[in-house]
Design a protein around this ligand. Structure first.
Ligand SMILES: *[C@@H]1O[C@H](CO)[C@@H](O)[C@H](O)[C@H]1NC(C)=O
Ligand SMILES: *[C@@H]1O[C@H](CO)[C@@H](O)[C@H](O)[C@H]1NC(C)=O
Length: 432
C-alpha cells in the first residue's frame, strides 16, 4: 500500500518535470535481411566533397578484383565521363574487409544532378552537387548509430532539402564488431550516395587495441575525407568550401596542443581563409566545449584551452559538436562568458544511437546556454547570404519531425567582428 503510494507520487513528480514531451527510450539495433548480391556488386556507396568541383565516390565490393571505375553524366544511363580510382582493404583481428574503392570524379558543374554507376555494375545512382552561391543548406546530426531512432532521423533528413550533411563524429557504433560498419554503410547509402556526407571522428571511431590495432583503422579506410585536398596530413582534420562557407573539421581524439600537427595545420588553413569569398566560417568536432549536460562534463576542456583563442581570433561563426546525446544551443560565447564576437556552440549528438539520451542537466543553467533538451533529432543550417543564416532543430517527436528550436544567426563578418579582430588573428598566426 505504502509502496504503491510512493510509486504514484514519483510518477506524478516525473510527469510534472517532463510536462510537455515524454521522451522515448532508446530503440533496438536495426537488423538487415541478408540479401545475397554478386560479389562484384557495389555496396555501401557514399560520396564526399574532394576539392573544388570534385567529388569522391566510395563503395565496397566483396570481389577483391573489381575495378574502381565510376561512369557518370547529366542524363540517365548516358555516361559521358569515366574516372579511375584506387582501392584498399584492411583486416581487423579475424575480420577482413571487402575491397574499398575511392574514385574522385570531376570537374563537376555546381548545383547539378548527376547520374552515376560504380564499378561498371549495379544500379544507377543520383547525386546533386552543391550550389556555387548562397543559399546553401546543411543537415547536421551526430552520434547516429543504427537503431530505429537512427532510421527515423535519416527519414527526416531525407525530407528536408539540403546540400551537404555535416556529421560531428560517432557514425556506426560498430564498437570493434567490424561487420557493423558494413550494415551502417548499407543503412546510410540512400542518403549518403545522393549528397556529400562530411564527417569527423568521434570516440566510437577509435577502436584501437593496444599493440595490435592502431586507432581509426576502419574509419580511415572507409570514410576518407578531403584532407590531402586541404593540405592536411591526416584524415582526422581537414577543411572544405561550400558556396560561401568555409568548414573546418577538427579531431577531438588526436593531438591538438600548440605544438601539434593539427594546430599548425589549423593556423595555415585559417591564414588562407578569405572572408570576401567565404563570409561564413564553421567548425566541427566531437567533444563539446560548451556543454551543460552532466554527460561528458569537462571532456572538451583541454582542447578548448588549446584551440579556442585561435578560433575566436579567426571569428568562427558556429561550432557544432556531438558526443552528448542531447541538443543544446548557446549564445555567442568565448572563454566561458557571453561575448558578441564569440561562436554559437551547438551540441547535436542526438542522431539516435542505442546508448540512449543524456537527460541530466547542470542546475542552474549557465548564462551562455539558451536551449537544451534531451531528445533525438537533427538540425538544419540554411545560409541565406553573407550576413544571415537560419538554424532550426527538429525533434523526433515519436516519428514526426517537429521544429522545436529556431533562430536567425547573423554573421561575424556582418557585425564587424572579423574586421575588429584581424590584427589579433595575424598576431597568433605569426607566432612560431
Ligand atoms: C548524352 O549526353 C550527352 C552529353 O551530356 C548529350 O550531348 C547527348 O545528347 C545525350 N544523349 C542522350 C541519348 O540523351
Ligand atoms: C540577407 O537575408 C536577410 C534575410 O532574408 C535579409 O534581411 C537581408 O537583407 C539580406 N542581406 C543581404 C546583404 O542581402
Amino acid at each position: 500500500m505504502e509502496f504503491r503510494l510512493v510509486v504514484l507520487i514519483l510518477l506524478v513528480l516525473t510527469m510534472g518535470v517532463a510536462a510537455e514531451y515524454i521522451r522515448p527510450p532508446p530503440r533496438k539495433m536495426i537488423h538487415f535481411p541478408w540479401k545475397p548480391k554478386p560479389s562484384s556488386y557495389p555496396q555501401q556507396v557514399h560520396i564526399s566533397l574532394a576539392g573544388d568541383k570534385h567529388m569522391r565516390i566510395s563503395w565496397i565490393t566483396s570481389d577483391k578484383h573489381a575495378p574502381s571505375i565510376v561512369e557518370y553524366g547529366t542524363s540517365p544511363r548516358n555516361y559521358s565521363f569515366k574516372a579511375q580510382g584506387e582501392s584498399t582493404s584492411y583486416s581487423y583481428l579475424l575480420y577482413s574487409s571487402g575491397l574499398i574503392h575511392q574514385t574522385v570524379i570531376g570537374p563537376l558543374e555546381h548545383g547539378t544532378l548527376y547520374f552515376y554507376r560504380c564499378g561498371g555494375k549495379g544500379t544507377e545512382l543520383q547525386l546533386k552537387t552543391p550550389p556555387s552561391q548562397f543559399p546553401v543548406t546543411f543537415a547536421v546530426a551526430g552520434d547516429l548509430g543504427q537503431t530505429g531512432w537512427t532510421k527515423s532521423t535519416l527519414d527526416h533528413i531525407d525530407q528536408c532539402r539540403y546540400d551537404v550533411h555535416l556529421l560531428p563524429g560517432d557514425l556506426s557504433y560498430a564498437d570493434y564488431i567490424q561487420h557493423r560498419w558494413d550494415t551502417f554503410g548499407e543503412l546510410v547509402q540512400p542518403l549518403a550516395s545522393a549528397r556529400p556526407w562530411m564527417v569527423t571522428q568521434g570516440n566510437h571511431e577509435k577502436e584501437n587495441v593496444p599493440l595490435i590495432i592502431d586507432s581509426f583503422r576502419s574509419y580511415n579506410s572507409r570514410w576518407k575525407m578531403p584532407y590531402e585536398e586541404s593540405g592536411s596530413s591526416s584524415n582526422l582534420y581537414y577543411s572544405f568550401d561550400v558556396a560561401g562557407v568555409h568548414v573546418i573539421m577538427l579531431g577531438s581524439y588526436t593531438d591538438y596542443d600548440q605544438y601539434s600537427d593539427q594546430y599548425s595545420w589549423l593556423k595555415s588553413d585559417l591564414s588562407m581563409v578569405d572572408r570576401e569569398r567565404t563570409p561564413w566560417l564553421l567548425a566541427l568536432f566531437h567533444a563539446p566545449w560548451y556543454n551543460s549536460n552532466e554527460a561528458h562534463q569537462g571532456e572538451g576542456d583541454d582542447m578548448m584551452a588549446a584551440m579556442e583563442p585561435l578560433l575566436h581570433a579567426a571569428s568562427v561563426d558556429v561550432i557544432f559538436a556531438g558526443h552528448v546525446h542531447a541538443y543544446e544551443r548557446s549564445k555567442r560565447v568565448y572563454n566561458g562568458k557571453v561575448d558578441h564576437c564569440g561562436a554559437v556552440h551547438i551540441t547535436i549528438g542526438d542522431g539516435g544511437n542505442g546508448e540512449g539520451l543524456a537527460r541530466k542537466y547542470l542546475d542552474p543553467q549557465p548564462d551562455w546556454s539558451v536551449f537544451r533538451e534531451a531528445s533525438f533529432g537533427h538540425g538544419e543550417f540554411k545560409v541565406l547570404n553573407s550576413t544571415h543564416a537560419f538554424w532550426s532543430w527538429h525533434r523526433n517527436d515519436d516519428d514526426e519531425p517537429v521544429k522545436s528550436d529556431e533562430i536567425w544567426i547573423t554573421s561575424l563578418l556582418g557585425s564587424g567582428c572579423v574586421a575588429a579582430k584581424s590584427h589579433e588573428l595575424r598576431k597568433i598566426l605569426l607566432e612560431p
